[in-house]
Design a protein around this ligand. Structure first.
Ligand code: NDP
Length: 284
């Protein structure tokens, strides 16, 4: 059994506050190994995407485990190309086939690529047909969400966005809270970039709480009500990232972590049209 806390979606489904990210886990056997470790430790949420090229491995990892399917929360994402060709149900079915599943718990539009409104309408249909338990978006800015909500029926249940202490997304987070859109953080550890985890503030807090800098950062997200999906293929780190529910950060220490805000993204900008066009070239 898992004792990772969860939140309740407006569908009444439970979504764990902590999951395993698997971006770049593509070496042979790598994602299967990470999933086996994570499920043993009580993780139940796995976050993949068609673009990660490891949905088959995720499926194998899930099938090797004795955890019943209904206890798992599997997320995958629709890649940009599929939005162009208007083949949403086909792309979704191909993801299901690769995963070896007959439903996913969460399906996300990966980026606000061209046609995201038409894409969302098609996703609403697949959702209404019952093959997806929840639908959401990823990398949507306020203007994308406003545009989407003014043209479609279902408000995205989740927006998965780059979020870490250097880039806390306060404005978008407040907007999402107003509309009851759940905030899920990708790159919650800053993707190992820019020495985030060796900042003096985090080293000091780690010492004070008897935790690691990564655990301080993940706990900071949890205190803010954000779902985190740290990626690791290292068993000791998968365990470390899971051990964040036995302490809490004081208001004063939350404020200390907040001083790391530089307003700097570490990865792709959702408004970068050149990026969206370039990434659309990859097959779905
Ligand atoms: P993360 O912030 O999760 O950082 C992952 C990196 O940190 C890896 O190099 C990992 O190394 C390392 N790491 C993990 N745990 C620790 C630890 N305890 N101490 C020190 N280093 C650690 O970045 P990601 O980009 O992977 O984001 C997480 C997930 O979010 C992705 O895997 C993916 O599922 C999703 N994502 C979604 C995006 C989107 O556009 N929607 C974009 C990017 C990611 P190692 O594996 O070697 O242990």
């Amino acid at each position: 059994m898992s004792n990772i806390p969860s939140l309740t979606l407006n569908t009444n489904a439970s979504m764990p506050l902590l999951g395993l990210g698997v971006y770049k886990a593509t070496a042979p056997g790598e994602v299967e190994g990470a999933i086996a470790t994570a499920l043993d430790l009580g993780y139940r949420l796995i976050d993949t995407a068609s673009a990660y090229k490891n949905e088959e491995g995720v499926g194998r990892g899930i099938r090797s485990s004795s955890v019943p399917r209904k206890e798992l929360f599997i997320t995958t994402k629709l890649w940009n190309t599929a939005q162009r060709i208007g083949d949403i149900d086909g792309a979704f079915q191909r993801s299901l086939d690769r995963l070896g599943l007959d439903y996913v718990d969460l399906y996300l539009i990966h980026w606000a690529s061209a046609n995201y409104i038409e894409t969302w309408k098609a996703m609403e249909e697949v959702y209404n047909a019952g093959k997806i338990k929840a639908i959401g978006v990823s990398n949507f800015q306020i203007h994308h969400l406003e545009d989407l909500m003014s043209h479609t029926e279902i408000i995205p249940m989740i927006n998965q966005i780059e979020t870490h202490p250097a880039f806390p997304q306060d404005e978008l987070r407040a907007f999402m809270a107003q509309h009851a859109i759940i905030h899920e953080a990708w790159g919650p550890l800053g993707q190992g970039k820019n020495d985030l985890l060796t900042q003096a503030v985090l080293l000091e807090l780690a010492e004070q709480y008897g935790k690691t800098p990564a655990q301080i950062v993940l706990r900071w997200h949890i205190e803010r009500g954000i779902v985190v999906i740290p990626k690791s293929v290292t068993p000791s780190r998968i365990r470390e990232n899971r051990d964040i529910f036995d302490f809490s950060l004081s208001k004063e220490d939350m404020d200390k972590v907040a001083t790391l805000n530089t307003g700097e993204r570490y990865s792709g900008n959702p408004d970068d049209q050149e990026f969206l066009t370039r990434t659309s070239i990859r097959p779905n």
